[in-house]
Every structure is written in structure tokens, then in C-alpha cells.
Write a protein that binds this ligand. Structure first.
Ligand code: PLP
Length: 406
């Protein structure tokens, strides 16, 4: 007997459809140079401090005196401590290192966390959204049926131009709320007051917030919270996810962390102890050499190098954002985030604008509708390309826009 919930999940053709359209276009127009601002992967290589740590760790693996086999399932203490200090103490949040669990990516961590909650827990997500939150709950059978373009038992919190692309509170009781800030795909952030409102909401309504902070390194404005635990009382209602993927180019290496505070106790049960049990049962740890590499970003030179890469992408993001705003398009994101999001000009739907951009400017972006029904008519551009590609793409885009508003 199969888990039939899998069959209900619509196949995601977003990135394959994009690739198909681009390859068909290139075949028909071999002389045209296509520029990609659609990717969510990073393009800069690893920082020298990270590469040096990798080499050292490989050498350790070559000697019996320093060889490391199975490590602690929760992660090595050196990395748990480095994260507690470098990511949390540094912003005034005090955590015990045994509240930090090392993982192999925020995709797996955000996908796996739902296992700790009841089969009939009611889930709320912002719409548009990073699809893993939805699909992992669909696999667990929590979302009802997929009808039209939505799940019957999922609470969608629509983010649109009217609410500044920030999710409204649910209007029905929910148990789990996924929040992601800085947001993928909209690039928006929440102010301290806004995030405080969500923590209060969770406290008042007995909900748990699953806070994905994969893009926190892109926050430059100190008034924007980098962690949900900057909000008082969040440690009793929130789990937080962090990733080295976008911060330090670990999309290929794979390393992440999950904070499960010991103060998060539901019906007398420690959620920290549950996650510890879950990881110890199903996970055998992120590779030693990768954890060594991750710890290297907290060295003084590592910090400088990693910040340089983040600044590089932020310069791209600013370029895209300012060009769109300059052209009269109400773009959001791109200031404390690597994504810029906007309503397609001329009232086009997401795919019509995708085709228009590809055919007329040879620029590839991501149709917003691929991230959920509220993304229809919206578009995402990513800052993870090279500066030169971004510059050229932005020039082509701005050259084209007057034609649309006319
Ligand atoms: N969370 C969000 C919001 C993302 O956009 C991504 C990747 O694009 C991830 C998590 C996954 O990150 P990781 O590479 O750590 O699995």
C-alpha cells in the first residue's frame, strides 16, 4: 500500500518549464545572449577561509589520530557553539548550544519539522511561499485535497500589493504557521513590531511559528530582526531555521541549523527533546569536513570574506530594485534580501510577462504564480547572478519598460 497523499501533490514544472522555454528560445535564436535572473542558487565560489578549513579537515581525515567517523547526530559542539555565539549572542540573543541542531540544509529541516506535530494539525502559510512547507505537509496528509490551485485544508495567508506583500493573521484557528523572513519569493522583511505581532498571535492562540531565516545574512538595516528570538517570548512559541547556503555559498556543501528552544514545551512535552530524538533516529550528522568549513565563517577573516559575497549580491539586488522603481514599477524586496518582486507591468499574467521578457530582452526571471495562487500576475528577479549579467539585464529591462507603460 502506497502513501496516496503523494499522488495528490501537483508536479512542480516551474523550473523545468522555464528551462524548456529558454532552451527552445536559444535554439531558435542562437545569436542572442540570454541573461538569467531567475536562479535561486548562488554563483560566487566558496570563501578562501572556508576552502582552507575544508583542506585542513580532509587532511585530518587522512590520519588515524585525527580521523572522524560518525559524529554526534545533533552536530559537533564546536559548530553548535559557534552558531550560538556568532549568530545569536552577536545580536543579543542568549541560547544554549544544545538548543542548536546542525542539519544538512534548511530544505530538509523545514521539510522534516512537521513530523513533530499531530497528523491533524492545521497549517498556515504565506501565499506566495517556498513550496517545501506545503509539499512536506501534503505528504504527511495534513492538507486535504488539491482542488483548482489550492489545498482544501491549508490556510493561505495572501500577500499582495494591498498589504505590502505581508501576510495577514489567519481568520480561523491554526496550529502551525510558517514564516520566512527575509522572504522568498517576495524579498520583503518584517519590522520588529510586525514580527512581535506574530509572536503575540502565536502566544494568544496556542500556535507554533516555524521561522525560516535562510536569508538573514542579507539584512543590513539593524531595525529589522535577524532572528525571531529578538522578540521577547518567542522562545516559547517558535522554532527557527538557518542555512549556510545563501550566507556562505554552501548550496553544494550542505549545512544548516535548527533552533529548538528548551522553553518550547507543549502539553508538558519538550519539543527540543522530540527533535533531538527525531534527529538521533533518522539523521547521522552533517559531514565533519562540512561542519569544519561552516565553523570557518566565524573566524575574523571568514566573517569579512562572507560579508563581501553578501555585499556583492546586495549590490545586484539594489541595481534591480532601483531600476524598477526608477521605471515607476512598485517593486518590493532587494534592499535587505536577494530577491526583488513586482507586479507584472501592463496587467500581464506571470507567464505572459516571462515570455515577453525572454522574447524582447532575452532576460529570464521567475513567474510568481509558481510560488502559489497569490503570485499570479507577479514576478521575481534574483540577485544571485554576476554583477555584469545583472547590469546588462537591468539595462535591457529598463529599455523595454517604457514600451509597456505606454
Ligand atoms: N528556505 C528558503 C526560504 C529557501 O529559499 C531555500 C532555498 O532556496 C531553502 C530554505 C533551502 O536552503 P538549503 O540550501 O539550506 O536547503
Amino acid at each position: 500500500m502506497l502513501n496516496t497523499e503523494f499522488q495528490k501533490i501537483p508536479a512542480s514544472y516551474l523550473f523545468s518549464d522555464i528551462a524548456k522555454k529558454v532552451s527552445e528560445y536559444q535554439k531558435a535564436h542562437p545569436d542572442k545572449q540570454v541573461l538569467r535572473l531567475g536562479i535561486g542558487d548562488v554563483t560566487l565560489p566558496l570563501a578562501p577561509a572556508v576552502v582552507a578549513a575544508l583542506h585542513d579537515a580532509v587532511e585530518e581525515q587522512a590520519q588515524s589520530a585525527t580521523f572522524a567517523g560518525y559524529g554526534p547526530e545533533q552536530g559537533y559542539a564546536f559548530l553548535r557553539e559557534a552558531i550560538a555565539e556568532g549568530e545569536y549572542e552577536a545580536i543579543g540573543v542568549s541560547l544554549d548550544s544544545d538548543e542548536v541542531f546542525i542539519g544538512d540544509g534548511a530544505k530538509s529541516d523545514t521539510g522534516n519539522i512537521q513530523e513533530l506535530f499531530a497528523a491533524d494539525a492545521k497549517v498556515a502559510v504565506a501565499d506566495p511561499v517556498y513550496p517545501v512547507y506545503i509539499d512536506s505537509n501534503a505528504m504527511a496528509g495534513r492538507l486535504g485535497d488539491y482542488e483548482g490551485n489550492r489545498w482544501t485544508n491549508l490556510v493561505y495567508l495572501p500577500c499582495n500589493e494591498g498589504n505590502g506583500y505581508k501576510p495577514p493573521f489567519p481568520t480561523e484557528p491554526v496550529d502551525l504557521i510558517y514564516l520566512c523572513y527575509p522572504n522568498n519569493p517576495t524579498g520583503t522583511t518584517l519590522t520588529r513590531d510586525e514580527l512581535g505581532g506574530w509572536v503575540q498571535y502565536a502566544r494568544d492562540n496556542g500556535a507554533v511559528i516555524l521561522f525560516d531565516a535562510a536569508y538573514r545574512a542579507f539584512i543590513t538595516d539593524d531595525s529589522i530582526p535577524r532572528s525571531i528570538y529578538e522578540i521577547e517570548g518567542a522562545e516559547e512559541v517558535a522554532i527557527e531555521f538557518g542555512s549556510f547556503s545563501k550566507t556562505a555559498g554552501f548550496t553544494g556543501l550542505r549545512c544548516s541549523w535548527t533552533v529548538v528552544p528548551k522553553a518550547l514545551v507543549i502539553d508538558g512535552v519538550s519539543v527540543n527533546a522530540m527533535w533531538n530524538r527525531r534527529q538521533a533516529t533518522k539523521f547521522n550528522g552533517t559531514p565533519y569536513i562540512v561542519q569544519k568549513a561552516a565553523a570557518a565563517i566565524y573566524s575574523p577573516e571568514g566573517q569579512v570574506q562572507v560579508q563581501e559575497a553578501v555585499d556583492y549580491y546586495l549590490r545586484n539586488a539594489a541595481l534591480i530594485r532601483e531600476a524598477l522603481l526608477g521605471a515607476g514599477i512598485e517593486a518590493v524586496g532587494g534592499d535587505n534580501s536577494p530577491y526583488v518582486w513586482f507586479k507584472c507591468p501592463g496587467g500581464m499574467d506571470s507567464w505572459a510577462f516571462f515570455d515577453f521578457l525572454l522574447n524582447n530582452a532575452q532576460v529570464v526571471g521567475t513567474p510568481g504564480v509558481g510560488f502559489g495562487p497569490a503570485g499570479e500576475g507577479q514576478f521575481r528577479l534574483s540577485a544571485f547572478g554576476s554583477f555584469e549579467t545583472t547590469q546588462e539585464a537591468v539595462a535591457r529591462l529598463t529599455g523595454l519598460l517604457p514600451q509597456l507603460s505606454a
